[in-house]
Every structure is written in C-alpha cells, then in structure tokens.
Design a protein around this ligand. Structure first.
Ligand SMILES: Nc1ncnc2c1ncn2[C@@H]1O[C@H](COP(=O)(O)OP(=O)(O)OP(=O)(O)O)[C@@H](O)[C@H]1O
Length: 254
C-alpha cells in the first residue's frame, strides 16, 4: 500500500523559515520500498501558522519527523533558517533542534517521575542562574494558568493541564519553529478548544512559526494556511492527478 504525496508550490515571497525541496521519503516494508512523501517544493515564512490535514497514514507525522530531523529524507533537502539540517552531524543536529524547534505531541510525553516545573526545566537551554530559571518557569506557568500546579506530578494533573505543561516545555526556549502532532487529539472537545486557543495565541504572541498536524477540521479552520495531504490511493483514482496530491488552502480565518 504505497502512499505518495506531491505538492504544488505556492510562492508566498519573503524570507523562508522552512524550505523543502525535492523531498522524497520511503519506508522499507517486507523488503520493498514504499513511497510515503514526494514534495517538490514547500515554503513556510517566519510567523506563519499552518495546519496539515489528511487521511490516516498519508504521511503527516512522517513530514514533521523529517522537518525536525528525527528522520532523514531519501532524497531532497530541508532547510531551516537556511541550514540544511541533515548535513549536520548528530550532536550538532540535536543542539540545533533543541534551540530551534519545539515539539508538542498528542500524548504529552511528560516524564512521570518529574513534577511540572522539572518537566519544563529539563528542556531549558542557555546558561542562566537557577533563580532566573525558576522565575521564567513561574512566569510561563502563570501564562497557561498553572501557577499553583508546579509541584504536581503528571499523574496529578488533568490531561488538559498535562498538555499545557507540554506546550510550555516546547515554547520555553522561544524556538522559531513549533511543531505539534495532534496536540488536541486525546482531549475532550472543550479542553481541545482551550488548548488550541492557547497554542495559537501563545505562538502568535511571540511570533513563532507554528505547524500543526490535525484531523480536526474545526481546528484547521483556525489557521491562516492549511496543507492537505491526499492518500496515494486516492491520487491513483481516475480524475485525480498526482500533482493535486498535496493541496494548499489559503484564507482561513486566523
Ligand atoms: N518506521 C516505519 N516503517 C515502515 N512504515 C512506516 C514507518 N513509519 C510510518 N510508516 C508508514 O508510513 C505511512 C505514513 O505514516 P504517518 O504516521 O506519517 O501517517 P499519518 O498521516 O501521520 O497517520 P495518522 O493520521 O494515522 O497519525 C503509514 O502507512 C505508516 O504505516
């Protein structure tokens, strides 16, 4: 079941934070190569908020893993701030990722034995005193309404509160790019709406670029740009050309 995605490039001008060129990714399944992504060109400008939608298995998470350098493309280039991430050695890539990319995941991935403050602190880079660190963490906890939850373990927090901690952890180093993979996917609709507002508001406030993978079309509609990935099986159907495999929709309210 191969899946292939292509994108029509929309030139949006200006300086790009992210520039993907000729990207191809395949996985080996039972000894054969299964094409997953094929993206001739895609650009994201600083400060943009982009939603990525598409059917299950179309390659959305794979695209985020490629952008963050967790996966290596088989072909092509991903430039982040003009830096080809995959040309860096592992240690340099880890350091670059830690300072330039924040990652929010569906299931929070907090460390169970650390409290909320410690889960945030562990992600902090930069040489500042422990007193200054504590002050920054307090400020962020207050910003997300968790000022009285800093000492709580993840198991003592609601799911929405855990995701708030995870969002602070992703934003604490003020990375220029924040990636979120189904950040509201495991939350009830009311909490999901709150978390979506928080993520959009915070990233808008500090001018992060935000790229969010979501199945939730209501959430996608809150972004200024949406990239929809089609499944290759659909692309193979008569009447759908491969070049419409990945379609960009502009002009959502934001
Ligand atoms: N390590 C791997 N080895 C082989 N195939 C893989 C691997 N990782 C992902 N795949 C396959 O790649 C395809 C894309 O997976 P991906 O997780 O990116 O999809 P997705 O669009 O994020 O799906 P979902 O919406 O269900 O999370 C799937 O068919 C998946 O089975």
């Amino acid at each position: 079941m191969g899946r292939l995605v292509r994108t029509d490039c929309i030139e949006i001008g200006g300086i790009d934070l992210l520039h993907i060129r000729d990207l191809q990714k395949q996985f080996q399944v039972d000894g054969r190569s299964v094409p997953i992504l094929d993206i001739p060109q895609w650009k994201v400008e600083p400060g943009e908020q982009v939603a990525i939608t598409g059917p299950s298995g179309s390659g959305k998470s794979t695209l985020l893993h490629l952008i963050s350098g967790l996966l290596r493309p088989d072909r092509g280039e991903i430039l982040l701030d003009n830096q080809p991430l995959h040309s860096l050695g592992e240690a340099q890539r880890d350091a670059f990722r830690a300072s330039r990319i924040g990652y929010v995941m569906q299931n929070f991935h907090l460390i169970p034995s650390l409290n909320a403050r410690q889960n945030i602190e562990i992600a902090m880079t930069g040489a500042i005193s422990s007193k200054a660190r504590a002050a920054v963490i307090s400020e962020w906890l207050e910003r997300v309404g968790l000022q009285d939850r800093g000492q709580h373990l993840p198991s003592q927090l609601s799911r929405g509160q855990q995701q708030r901690v995870a969002i602070v952890r992703a934003l604490i180093n003020q990375p220029p790019l924040v990636l979120a993979d189904e950040p509201t996917g495991s939350l009830d609709w009311e909490t999901a709406d709150e978390i979506a507002s928080l993520l959009l508001g915070l990233s808008r406030g500090i001018r992060h670029t935000l790229i969010v993978v979501t199945h939730d079309l209501n959430l996608a509609a809150r972004f200024s740009r949406c990239l929809h990935i089609h499944d290759m099986n659909q692309i193979r159907q008569p009447g759908l050309s491969r070049t419409t495999g990945l379609e960009q929709r502009e002009g959502f309210g934001g």
